[in-house]
Design a binder for this molecule. Structure first.
Ligand code: NAD
Length: 252
């Protein structure tokens, strides 16, 4: 786990994390709080979120929680209006689905995937940057999957779209010294993998360089860096956290 990065005398920066009730989002909340930030954890599953936030506060961490569906523009705007500043926003909320051949994909599934993964990220990022001071940080959780893959055209399309949005935002926001970057995880051990049968999961894990799904903490560590003042020169980038599978696999 990373050590605290915030100067002791400065007021704590404020971070908002979406999809924070479990998995990668929850690990990000804990890491940013350990880094010394005030963290507002949000998730559409408000009950689990409150329990987790209470647990983290019990460890002395500065974590508040609020139920929030990232697709609900007025709820996002109303919640953010209660914050004096948003220094960091981590767009993590996302959905996947069971594998589905392209020929069987229908518009409703594509729309639903785009609704959370792209439109939800757009709404949260837009409302956040309106309140973001110079030096702000937008971190988007994308996926290595955006490079392509079979049986998930709707997921791939949604993650490729958020990477495109990140690159465009990075150019537009740099004059305010706000950086916008994406993280592209490989396979991570969260409930998102529950959509796979145990056999399918085993096969997929064997294809990872480490032979296993990574822990959510590996993604939280990458977020910790990109959210920090140390990452001021990283902008418009996609950081793959996937053991290097994205650059290719060695011959058998
Ligand atoms: N697990 C992986 O292998 C993997 C790999 C690459 C990328 N990712 C990405 O990482 C992110 C986090 O995934 P995870 O693996 O922790 O999944 P997860 O399913 O464990 O957690 C996702 C969280 O997002 C919340 N959420 C879903 N829709 C929401 C909405 N409309 N509004 C608010 N919250 C919502 C869920 O309630 C849940 O708490 C996602 O964007 C996912 O696409 C995951």
């Amino acid at each position: 786990m990373s050590t605290a990065t915030e100067p002791a005398s400065a007021p704590a920066r404020c971070a908002v994390v979406t999809g924070a009730a479990r998995g990668i989002g929850l690990a990000v909340v804990e890491q940013l709080a350990r880094d010394g930030l005030r963290v507002l954890a949000t998730d559409r599953d408000g009950d689990v979120l409150q329990t987790e936030a209470e647990r983290l506060r019990g460890q002395g961490l500065n974590v508040q929680a609020a139920a929030l569906d990232v697709q609900d523009r007025s709820a996002v705007a109303a919640l953010f209006a209660t914050l004096s500043t948003i220094d960091v926003v981590v767009n993590n909320a996302g959905i996947a689905s069971t594998l589905l051949p392209f020929r069987e994909l229908d518009a409703a599934r594509l729309r639903s995937m785009m609704g959370v993964n792209l439109l939800g990220s757009f709404i949260v990022a837009q409302e956040a940057v309106r309140r973001m001071p110079e030096g702000g940080r937008v971190v988007q959780i994308a996926s290595r999957g955006y490079l392509g893959g079979s049986g998930a055209a709707h997921y791939v399309a949604s993650k490729a779209a958020v990477v495109g949005m990140v690159r465009a935002m990075a150019i537009e926001l740099r004059w305010r010294s706000i950086t916008v970057n994406a993280i592209a995880p490989g396979m991570v051990d969260t409930r998102m993998l529950e959509g796979f049968t145990p056999e399918m999961r085993r096969v997929l894990e064997q294809r990872e360089p480490a032979g296993a799904a990574a822990s959510p903490q590996t993604i939280a560590d990458a977020v910790s860096f990109l959210a920090s003042p140390r990452a001021a020169q990283c902008n418009g980038q996609v950081l793959f956290v996937d053991g290097g599978k994205s650059v290719g696999m060695p011959p058998l």
